[in-house]
Write a protein that binds this ligand. Structure first.
Ligand SMILES: Nc1ncnc2c1ncn2[C@@H]1O[C@H](COP(=O)(O)OP(=O)(O)O)[C@@H](O)[C@H]1O
Ligand SMILES: [Mg+2]
Length: 493
């Protein structure tokens, strides 16, 4: 009886979600802990180097075994089956939700925001941030990206203006109606006045959905502070917007309407603006696991948009959770993550640890990330990487990635022997000093601790051994070999 009680006490004390609890071991004495997972993990490796079947598989399986809830994003059509397999092996099928047209899971991101925003202004603000994140994908496709391109200032200006349009339009909608929808926002934007004359004209007032919303919002009950915010929206639509040059107005408008248009159609509308939603990101704090089965390579832009919205909303749910009440860790996993990266990821990564969120991304190379985010995105890429503490680098030939890993790990002092006499003529010269007529000695040189050959020569897995190798680096932690990095074997199943 006593023994039983003690055991029970011991059991209660062990917390599998403690930050120090190991999830897996890269090698003896080199654990990847719950805390490590919540500080972000970036996997690199050429195509076929063993990212997916090696380190990603090991980490996903370990997090599922430990009871994490989370979100799997997908790029390749086969990703869904891969993740279902991991969930099945971890005996967690009861926790699984597959987000795809042929399953019954539906979401409504506006309803979700409405439920969780403290005020109408907050709601308008949050939805604006979401729309701007989505429009980033479109801009990138059109050759912007990373705030870049020749007209960097221009582009920043248009984005800023687009977010003002969204913010003011959403506030008018939020104040004028119970239920807001994206098609309504679209309608409000396209019926906004195009000139100051129009503002004064009776026929515009009669026909314009925008005007009707402003009128209803004007009449709705408001606090002092809300009234002040609404006055700004009113000034915006009746004075500033119509006074913009037609060209500016059309660029700003299309930045936003291309997004609202996509969101109002087909799968994006049915899955993300469902009248009968049955899933919310908060469910993952109780262990729900969702696979966003809209692989980018199959669904293209729409697939990327749907998944970026899910990622954004899931991140938002993480950010507001109360760890003191429920500290079950959760994950956001994306293989080929470059296809789904957005600016907001950086901000989220900075708070991921305090919200117990394990972000695990795999991508081919630093160059691939820069390509995906557009010209001038190098700083953005590095800032995102700086917030990922664990890096696993599989076989790699991309020079930028090699240099990135080299700089990350740093240099060590190498003693080099130098001399101008042939070694066999006087082999002791470097140690006891040169003979007259010759010169020799030790020179020291700081060279990269990690050599390109260390990354080139890693095993890629597959037959006959089914072992892939990676260089593991964990945010300056000492590994059992006394260094900050280590070559580790990872078995494929
Ligand atoms: N489950 C598996 N078991 C054994 N070998 C695999 C498995 N999956 C892939 N492989 C092989 O291992 C190598 C690495 O594959 P993969 O993990 O898909 O690489 P990456 O994700 O880096 O492109 C390839 O040669 C592939 O054929
Ligand atoms: Mg892969």
């Amino acid at each position: 009886m006593t023994l039983f009680n003690r055991r029970k006490q011991h059991k209660r004390r062990y917390d599998p979600w403690d930050l120090s609890a190991p999830l897996l071991y890269w090698a003896d004495g080199a654990p990847w802990t719950v805390g490590d997972s919540c500080m972000g993990t970036q996997v690199f490796g050429s195509t076929g180097s063993g990212k997916s079947s090696g380190s990603m598989a090991a980490m996903c399986r370990a997090m599922l075994r430990a009871g994490y809830g989370g979100l799997f994003l997908t790029v390749k059509p086969e990703d869904r089956d891969t993740y279902v397999g991991y969930v099945r092996d971890a005996k967690r099928l009861d926790d699984l939700l597959v987000f795809s047209p042929d399953h019954g899971v539906r979401y409504n991101f506006i309803a979700d925001e409405q439920q969780n925003s403290a005020s109408p202004v907050g709601l308008a603000e949050n939805l604006t941030a979401l729309l701007m994140t989505v429009s980033e994908l479109g801009d990138r496709k059109r050759g912007g990206g990373g705030g870049g391109g020749g007209g960097q200032d221009n582009e920043r200006y248009f984005r800023l203006e687009a977010s003002r349009l969204a913010r003011n339009g959403l506030l008018a909608l939020v104040l004028s109606r119970q239920t807001i929808t994206i098609p309504d926002l679209h309608r409000l934007i396209v019926t906004a006045p195009q000139s100051l004359e129009q503002v004064a004209s009776a026929s515009w007032r009669e026909d314009s959905f925008c005007y009707q919303c402003l009128q209803a919002a004007e009449q709705s009950p408001k606090s002092e502070s809300l009234r002040a915010d609404f006055e700004l929206a009113l000034t915006y639509f009746l004075r500033e917007w119509p006074a913009l040059s037609p060209r500016t107005r059309s660029v700003v408008q299309s930045t936003l309407t291309s997004t609202t248009d996509l969101l109002s159609r087909g799968a994006a509308r049915d899955m993300l603006s469902s009248p009968t939603p049955n899933v919310s990101p908060d469910m993952m704090h109780d262990g729900a696991i969702m696979i966003a089965d809209f692989p980018v390579l199959l669904y293209r832009d729409v697939g990327a948009m749907i998944q970026v919205i899910l990622k954004f909303m899931w991140q938002r749910a993480h950010a507001r959770r109360d760890i003191a009440k429920n500290h079950r860790p959760t994950f956001i996993v994306a293989d080929e993550s470059q296809m789904l990266l957005v600016d907001a990821d950086q901000d989220f990564q900075a708070i991921a640890r305090s919200t117990r969120t394990a972000v695990v991304y795999a991508t081919q190379s630093v160059s691939g990330m820069i390509d995906a985010l557009g010209p001038n995105s190098e700083a953005q890429v590095h800032s995102l990487l700086a917030n990922m503490q664990t890096r696993l680098c599989h076989q790699q030939t991309d020079i930028r990635t090699v240099e990135y890993m080299q700089q990350l790990i740093g240099r060590r002092r190498q003693l080099l022997m130098s001399g101008n006499q042939p070694r066999d003529a006087n082999w002791l010269a470097p140690l006891i000093g040169p003979e007259p007529g010759g010169s020799a000695g030790f020179g020291e040189q700081w060279e990269y601790e990690l050599q390109a050959s260390d990354l080139n020569s890693l095993a890629k897995g597959g037959p006959p051994h089914f072992v892939t190798e990676a260089i593991a680096y964990q945010g300056g932690k000492r590994l059992p070999n006394g260094r900050t990095w280590m070559r580790v074997p990872i078995r494929q199943r």
